[in-house]
Design a protein around this ligand. Sequence first.
Ligand code: C5P
Length: 235
Amino acid sequence: MTELIVALDNPDEREALALAEELMPAVDFFKVGLSLFAAAGPAVVDRLKSLGASVFLDLKFHDIPAQVEGVCRIVGAYGVDMVTVHTFGGLEMMRAAQRGLIAGASGANRGVPIAVGVTVLTSLDAGDLEATGVTALPQDQVGRLAALAEGAGLAGVVASALEIPMIRTITPKSFKVVTPGIRPLWADVGDQKRVATPAEAAKAGADYVVVGRPITGADDSSEAADRIIEELVLK
Ligand code: C5P
């Protein structure tokens, strides 16, 4: 079963919340990313939680371990369900993130959010990676980073649908794969490069797909979400 998470990337808090309300209850998991969080702050998390939604706070932490532990202690107290860190921050940084989340959540009497590691952004292809000095193919780099994330105790990774079968061969069954870069055949690709349709991602075994613009930018967002959910179920 692949669950849909809608990325609320509109920095206008009122519009983002109105969209969440419009899409509920067909969608009940929303991603708050950098733009919306920078504009609205932690209050947007409370508002989404009070609507009864689950929240994926996607701030992609990447810093020295002490900084990441510190920010994770703070967001661990928010009561969110899922957070991201960059696997490229290394083993110690990911372990520090876990420690921070556990400390923050237990101090606030909340559940500990699951932490997933961003591997190679779905907006990068082999040429983009090479320009950063990484000569491995995206697939191999994702595999290396997924193994590192698993070793650090993260619950899963963010990766494109193209890498899911490989990730499944090197991680336990319970390891979650969250897949952005989702483009139904009827949607624009935009800045994403390693893309897949909802049906392809579901078939490849994604636990979650993250969809932004194909839903948020559609003339009828509810209809777009329904079409995507149908594809996920039918695969
Ligand atoms: O609009 P679109 O469907 O491309 O949105 C994808 C969302 O997933 C964005 O919010 C982006 O930040 C996020 N994301 C991604 N690639 C990753 C991790 C997160 O596109 N590797």
